[in-house]
Design a protein around this ligand. Sequence first.
Ligand code: SF4
Length: 335
Amino acid sequence: MSAIIREEQIQNIIMREKPKRIGIQAPDGLIGSVLALSDSIESRYGVETVILFDPSYGICDLSNLDAERIGLDLVINLGHSVNTERVGKYTFLIDVEYDVDFIPVLDKAIAQFKGRLNKVGVLTISNHKAQLDLIIRYLTDRGIKAIRGPGHGVLFGGQVFGCNYYNAKDLVEDVDAFFFYGQSRFHAIGVRLVTRKPTYLLDPFFNVIEDVTSGAELIERKAILSVLKAKEARTVGIIVSLKEGQFFMKQALELKEKLSSFGKKVFLFTMREITAQRLRTIKGVDAFLETACPRVALDDEEFDRPVLSYDQGLALIRLLEGGELGDMFSSPFWV
Ligand code: SF4
């Protein structure tokens, strides 16, 4: 298995835009490709490249604001395709596909679920976009009717982000279960939590099928526990991310005002990478609340005190107001 970077797409962009200097940006999983790509672009097109070496986690995490001061004419961002090529003034999203064979894991799913599931919704991430229709046809031809969502905003049909599950929510009344095709347990768990439908991770790399129900229950229990612990906090730190698509200052200020009205001492922080190691350096804060990326709060094991996502923060406020915790995961869009 290897990752295939669509170099002809890069070529078309360079021919069309005629840049003198371009930035190359990639998630950690593709960072091993950037040196060869930089070398190839410089030697083939005579274009200077700058490798933007911080990890890029998604289209929330681009460098349009930095491009100007670095003197870039454009940035190519690898592996985060959506249904538009250009995002912001400088960034072009380059398709990267995994050429993994999907048939073994689909055959396994057919053997396991044929006759038990009549209709499933199939979801995935950008790196399997080209396989999605083939997967749907393969399942349907062999007795499991498979469909995908129609697309939503920038999401192509069937795509989910770790914070955006519209393509699952749109199908919830139409299917018996969801298949998440790929390796990310977090995405599959997100589908399960948003839809409350049986959800199976179909991992083509290890040829494994996993019912993510217990993983979803664990994340939900931990999320609830964090909110209950944060309720007792006297001092709260609210973290605003400086990443371009994660910058939610207004929401942070609203949370600050609310929490202050309940007698909490609130400090505002800005950060780019929210890590357990960095948070440990602050001693006088009992709980953190981050308005950056829900995955930071929900999917990190290492924090030494409660760290809440925005939706958990809203649940905390409901509790402080004397209401119920409510369902923190019902919205298809998690902040
Ligand atoms: S889950 Fe986090 S990293 Fe992924 S797209 Fe959403 S905000 Fe970005």
